[in-house]
Design a protein around this ligand. Structure first.
Ligand SMILES: NC(=O)c1ccc[n+]([C@@H]2O[C@H](COP(=O)([O-])OP(=O)(O)OC[C@H]3O[C@@H](n4cnc5c(N)ncnc54)[C@H](O)[C@@H]3O)[C@@H](O)[C@H]2O)c1
Length: 393
């Protein structure tokens, strides 16, 4: 079993999640496809980097991410910084021949994502974009049922990602509210997870008709640092403009004829991590709610009329990833497990010399969907979604 040295760039929320995944992956999935070695972590300053190395168990630290990318001892570059840095780091890492996992959204725009996609294709390395929610076992089980034809031909997908952490007008103007850093607001930050699940479960998008709204036009300034995701108040100091969306709603036409809708907001009081989908097929329906992530609700049309209705399947050893997770159903899958599974599948692809999904082609395709949603909202009209050639039908 090979060791693979990881260089992690960014030690905030995702730095924590990815570090946990590297330490825990072999504890769950044994034998591990390869052993992750937490080699180097890069942060914005030397002090932050040293603290992150101590906290997350890395051997060394640096305030210069280029040193990670250029280090011949590093096998894997993990990009967990705010979005504006993804492209520059990923392109440099690809040119240095490193395998890359990059947090979502892949980049701020389709154009930036294309440059990243071109770089990894040329380099021939393993690449992955971290849409981890599709690796929730119940979501992978929904995929299995769909592939087996258990709900027939899909007619409709209704997806949401509703949160309330930015509903307070005095939560600070972190990087997530600045277009120059984030690219977009709720669209890139959270709707992309639902877009990824819709592509995974239903198929490619043909066109979109969308509305983007910004409900809170300015917020108290925050001078750098990690995003506290609404857990601090910004005080009475100077305020700056929000130039991204707080909410996105879109109708979708899928290439296979299915229709759908996706809604995402960070201003929905009372909603925390309300990622849901309901899928109707000609032979049944599937319902998922991440806030009850051990459960998948299913209804099959061929059940007798006197017993037809939704039943709840609790994911466990009989279901996707069950071999590596907990020994009985409903012990509880958490956010951490989705990242552990993601790390496993990424390392397996590296060890076996295969590709993994979602990868940079998927991240680029999602960015093209995001661009079409923005264009549709601006034009107030349906807009066709271009297709990455590699993903053509
Ligand atoms: N997959 C998911 O569920 C999920 C959840 C949250 C965030 N994300 C994505 O992960 C990425 C990071 O988000 P986050 O929530 O961890 O943000 P965060 O604000 O918590 O952390 C970002 C970290 O990057 C550091 N950083 C900034 N500039 C740097 C530089 N030049 N070199 C090294 N480090 C630098 C910051 O100091 C901060 O600690 C974003 O792309 C975001 O969209 C994904």
């Amino acid at each position: 079993m090979k060791n693979l040295n990881v260089g992690l760039i960014g030690g905030g929320f995702m730095g924590k999640a990815h570090s946990l995944a590297y330490s825990a992956m072999p504890m769950f999935f044994w034998p591990a496809p390869a052993m992750p070695v937490r080699k180097t972590i890069a942060e914005a300053t030397e002090d932050l980097a040293a603290e992150a190395a101590r906290r997350f168990g890395f051997e060394q630290s640096t305030s210069d991410w280029r040193k990670v990318v250029e280090d011949p001892e590093i096998d894997v570059v993990d990009i967990a910084t705010p979005n504006h840095l993804h492209a520059e780091i990923a392109i440099a890492a690809a040119q240095a021949g490193k395998h890359i996992i990059c947090e979502k959204p892949l980049a701020r725009t389709g154009e930036e994502s294309k440059a990243m996609y071109d770089a990894v294709k040329d380099a021939g390395i393993v690449h992955m974009v971290a849409f981890n929610y599709r690796r929730t076992p119940a979501v992978a089980l929904a995929k299995k049922y769909i592939e087996e034809g258990a709900i027939g031909r899909i007619l409709n997908f209704r997806g949401t990602y509703l949160q309330d952490w930015s509903a307070d007008p005095n939560s600070p103007l972190s990087w997530r509210f600045q277009k120059s850093v984030a690219g977009s607001g709720a669209l890139g930050d959270i709707a992309t997870h639902v877009i990824d699940m819709a592509r995974y479960l239903v198929g490619e998008f043909a066109s979109v008709n969308s509305i983007l709204s910004t409900w809170i036009p300015d917020r108290p300034l925050q001078s750098g640092g990690a995003d506290a995701l609404g857990n601090v108040r910004g005080g009475d100091g100077p305020r700056g403009d929000v130039d991204v969306d707080d909410e996105v709603m879109t109708m979708v036409r899928f290439a296979n004829g299915a229709v759908g809708s996706i809604e995402a907001t960070r201003n929905g009081w009372g909603r925390n991590n309300f990622i849901t989908f309901e899928i109707h097929g000609t032979e049944g329906s599937i319902v998922f709610n991440y806030e009850r992530r051990d459960e998948l609700q299913v209804c099959f049309a061929n059940d007798g009329g006197d017993r037809r209705g939704f039943r709840t399947v609790y994911t466990g050893p009989a279901h996707p990833y069950g071999d590596g997770l907990w020994p009985i159903p409903a012990l509880g899958i958490g956010y951490g497990e989705t990242k552990i599974i993601e790390a496993h599948d990424f390392f397996k692809a590296i060890a076996e010399g295969t590709s993994v999904s979602p990868n940079f082609a998927d991240g680029y395709q999602t960015a093209l969907i995001d661009d079409a949603i923005v264009a549709s909202a601006e034009k107030d009209a349906w807009v066709d979604v271009p297709r990455v050639a590699e993903l053509a039908d």
